[in-house]
Design a protein around this ligand. Structure first.
Ligand code: ATP
Length: 270
């Protein structure tokens, strides 16, 4: 834990003055009534991992889904406030979701490979976006994406096998590779390891870290405090729909300011 917390400061992506992603007073209501997320302002920089932590039902997944407008897929869900992607508010009806989600990818709790070969899992979205035209380009994209997700060595000789034939941890890395194939500059992870064994978790965490180290902005919802300390640069703590405290991960875990965060970290509730 201390080794992770001693990590050097993340690349100064914010040196340019612009966050990869930010929210300003974002709120979410389900069924047009219940405010599950109270006004939340948070920013995310390229090359960093931000962990979103807090007890069950506090609104972390709700908030994460705001970041690529995924809550739009939920009926009667209102998202207000600004979601600013490279300086532009994308929380407008005019926003092209297809294009936005190409740049802001998402990996879910349960690995969800398509019922297709490993190769076709990677190429599915790029083809829909008119990428990966020639056989050579497609091969290059498959290899690059699988390498980035630390899966290439394990599957390079069986790219035509079904993605579903892989183990759970490999399936999750296939889903990560599939997301990376679109060359996103933000990747959102919603509890990506909660269905995985410890060894697969370790590999996925390393992958998440290397994705951020390659310059991509990463946000991850996690229940696992150790995981937050291992992979993240910054942490935001949510409680009952409020983003209560945020800061460098070391500070959040070593010197929490808010009593609720202190209580949460000491296991008084969870
Ligand atoms: N589709 C939905 N419709 C109605 N209410 C919802 C919906 N999704 C979430 N909620 C409610 O919004 C609140 C926040 O839920 P959310 O899933 O964002 O919390 P969370 O912190 O991610 O929890 P968990 O860690 O258990 O996944 C909860 O009260 C939840 O019941």
């Amino acid at each position: 834990m201390s080794e992770t917390l001693n990590r050097q400061a993340p690349p100064a992506a914010a040196a340019s003055g612009e966050h990869a992603l930010a929210t300003r007073d974002v709120t979410v209501r389900y069924n047009h009534v219940k405010e599950a997320l109270h006004p939340t302002s948070l920013s995310f920089d390229a090359g960093t991992v931000t962990a979103l932590i807090g007890p069950s039902g506090c609104g972390k997944s709700t908030f994460l889904r705001c970041l690529n407008l995924m809550n739009r897929e939920i009926r009667a869900c209102d998202v207000n406030g600004q979601i600013i992607y490279h300086g532009r508010n994308v929380n407008t009806r005019e926003e092209n979701l297809f294009e936005l989600r190409r740049s802001i990818g998402m990996v879910f709790q349960q690995p969800t490979p398509f019922r297709k070969s490993i190769r076709e899992n990677i190429l599915f979205a790029p083809r829909r976006h008119g990428m990966a035209g020639s056989r050579e380009q497609a091969d290059e994209l498959v290899e690059r994406s699988l390498r980035q997700a630390a899966l290439w060595d394990e599957v390079k000789d069986k790219l035509d096998r079904s993605g579903l034939s892989l183990s759970g941890g490999q399936q999750q890395r296939l889903c990560i590779a599939r997301t990376l194939a679109m060359s996103p500059d933000v990747v959102l992870f919603d509890e990506p390891c909660s269905a995985l064994d410890p060894i697969s978790t370790f590999t996925v965490e390393q992958t998440i870290r290397s994705i951020a180290d390659s310059g991509i902005c990463v946000a991850i919802v996690t229940h696992n405090m150790e995981q937050a300390t291992r992979v993240s640069d910054n942490t935001a703590f949510f409680y009952m729909g409020d983003m209560v405290e945020t800061g460098p991960t070391r500070q959040i875990f070593m010197a929490p300011k808010d009593q609720r965060l202190s209580d949460y970290l000491s296991g008084r509730f969870g």
